[in-house]
Write a protein that binds this ligand. Structure first.
Ligand code: SF4
Length: 103
């Protein structure tokens, strides 16, 4: 699988969208220090270990909103795989962004 990006806790600062420019949440990421390969499983069925870490993560919502803002196409972000993120409705995406902004 192509690794198109770094793991969430290693991401570069997003550009061009003020709403996505606050990335201080990454300091509290539960995946800090975890092998980033875990978050890029070869198949959806192998995403369980990454998702288990995300479920304990205090910044899960911010991470998910960040990935949606950046239209991240690969990997587990905020506890969701790329396919799961792709299935989110526009209304669900908006709700996630609003909740993350309010947190
Ligand atoms: S939600 Fe998951 S991928 Fe995102 S910062 Fe937390 S542990 Fe890392």
């Amino acid at each position: 699988m192509t690794r198109a990006k770094q793991a969430p806790e290693q991401s570069e600062r997003p550009r061009g969208n003020p709403a996505a420019e606050n990335y201080s949440w990454q300091a509290d990421a539960s995946c800090r220090g975890v092998d980033s390969e875990l978050f890029f499983p070869p198949t959806e069925d192998e995403s369980g270990p990454a998702k288990a870490i995300c479920q304990t993560c205090p910044v899960r919502l911010a991470c998910l909103a960040f990935s949606l803002e950046r239209n991240e196409r690969f990997g587990v972000w905020g506890g969701l795989t790329e396919k799961e993120r792709a299935r989110l409705s526009p209304a669900a995406r908006d709700a996630i962004r609003r909740q993350a902004a309010a947190a």
